[in-house]
Ligand binder design. Structure first.
Ligand code: 5AD
Ligand code: SF4
Length: 447
């Protein structure tokens, strides 16, 4: 008999899910499981799913379909689905009815109970569904749970969970519950420990970090939290994800500018450049408000990279609305744009709106957006040619093994030729930029 049991986890979706998977793995280890990259040798397979767009759900479901033959080969195998997709009632029913080889599901609020859940699932053959409804429960705060971190030199630290904004297109508030913040002392302690252990890059996570602390017994702003974190001595960079423009404050920008260890990058999702659409999205700012935020950031930190998210084809988006989005891109000169075709999410207000756009219009708008973004990002990056930038090496490039990848303090990706016999992963390097593309820079390591 084998003494070791193995768990395989696959994560779909955002950084919060990546972070959750590290906790899930930590909890599995307390039950005697070792992680494996080989699905075939696993005794427990977990898919941590995403619900933000239909495409992500379909991918998780089709990948789940491929597990059927593994279960047939090994009936003792336990298969579990977790995360945002199964948190939705209709998807839970789909799994119950159409995927009989899935043994259990658990929602996004189950982390503190996961140890017991695993004990129950592993000791019986009954199918189980552990989903708690956020209409009745605001959600848990994960504190003191074991975490098995994927990297030693970079780490995610959740500072808050959930979202209260209810943007009309978004499923997140329904599947992740209400905003709840961790105590600042606990966050600062966790970050301090990571930095002491040699971690170089800390990414603070929350659906909307700018509303951090509003729910605490003694409220504290996100800017104040950053100020406390930046008191920690050491050689590191602090990043954060994601910000809502309506809550981004000048005090936050001031704190960033004050500390060189704050990443020179701000991800600020605009979603649309049309005030009519922004209103229908329930975003609570105008395009002009957004431009003022970009100006305020660049005034304080001229070297800052600003990236954004844009949704193309929100219901009722006219050609004029879309042109305003393109105009906003010209105005803000984003360093990166994550663009998404609107995907109706069951149960959200926007899914009930008239004015869905035909496929050709969506494709045409997306192509025009991408072309403009390619031009702007290349022009921005060309300004960096000849400069020497500090970057954290992340190991071999995914596209060419002769190159290493590194990220600058402004979050830009650099590829540079791999020096012979030197493992630079997790170290800072100085790189002179030779070439610029839209999504990456190419350079040479300086001695
Ligand atoms: N359709 C398309 N994109 C969406 N996003 C969120 N919900 C949807 C949806 N229903 C995008 C937003 C958000 C990013 C994480 O995903 O741009 O900022
Ligand atoms: Fe979704 Fe809006 Fe909350 Fe972001 S802020 S998670 S887009 S509801």
């Amino acid at each position: 008999m084998r003494s070791n049991r193995f768990v395989y986890i696959r994560t779909f979706g955002c950084q919060q899910n990546e972070a959750d998977s590290e906790t899930i793995l930590g909890i599995c280890e307390t039950r005697g499981f070792l992680p494996t990259e080989q699905m075939e040798e696993a005794d427990l397979i977990l898919f941590n799913t995403c619900a933000v767009r239909e495409h992500a759900e379909l991918k998780a479901l089709s990948t789940t379909g491929q597990l059927k033959h593994l279960k047939e080969k090994n009936p003792a195998l336990k298969i579990g689905l977790c995360g945002c997709m199964v948190q939705q009632e209709h998807r839970k029913e789909d799994v119950k009815n159409k995927y009989p080889y899935v043994d259990f599901c658990f929602g996004t609020n189950m982390m503190p109970r996961l140890g017991e859940i695993l004990d129950e699932v592993l000791s019986s053959s009954k199918r189980r569904f552990y989903i708690e409804d956020y209409k009745e429960n605001p959600g848990a705060i994960c504190e003191g749970l074991p975490v098995e971190r994927k990297f030693s030199y970079k780490a995610y630290v959740s500072i808050m969970y959930g979202c209260n904004n209810f943007c009309t297109y978004c499923i997140v508030p329904y599947v992740r519950g209400r905003e709840r913040s961790r105590e600042p002392e606990k966050i600062v302690n966790e970050v301090e420990k990571l930095i002491r252990s040699g971690c170089k890059e800390i990414t603070l996570l929350g659906q909307n970090v700018n509303s951090y602390g509003k729910d605490l017994p003694s409220p504290l702003s996100f800017a104040e939290l950053l100020d406390r974190i930046c008191q920690i001595q050491g050689d590191y960079v602090v990043k954060f994800m994601t910000s809502h423009p309506k809550d981004a404050t000048l005090a936050l920008f001031d704190v960033m500018a004050k500390y060189p260890q704050m990443e020179r990058h701000f991800h600020l999702p605009i979603q649309s450049g049309s005030d009519v659409i922004l209103k229908k999205m329930n975003r609570h700012y105008t395009a002009k408000d957004f431009f003022a935020l970009c100006d305020a950031l660049r005034e304080r930190m001229p070297e800052i990279a600003i990236t954004t998210d844009i949704i193309v084809g929100f219901p009722g988006e006219t050609e004029e609305d879309f042109r305003q989005t393109l105009a906003a891109m010209e105005q803000c000169r984003f360093d990166g744009v994550f663009s998404f075709i609107y995907s109706p999410r069951k149960g959200t207000p926007a899914a009930e709106l008239p004015g869905r756009l035909p496929e050709e219009v969506l494709k045409d708008r997306m192509a025009r957006l991408l072309e403009l973004q390619q031009k702007i990002a290349t022009e921005n990056n060309e300004k960096l040619i000849g400069k020497t930038l500090r970057a954290l090496c992340e190991g071999e490039s995914k596209t060419d093994a002769a190159f290493l990848s590194a990220r600058t303090d402004s979050g830009k990706l650099i590829h540079f030729p791999k020096p012979e016999g030197e493992d630079l992963t997790g170290q800072y390097v100085q790189i002179k930029i030779r070439e610029a593309r839209a999504i990456m820079l190419i350079g040479e390591k300086q001695k």
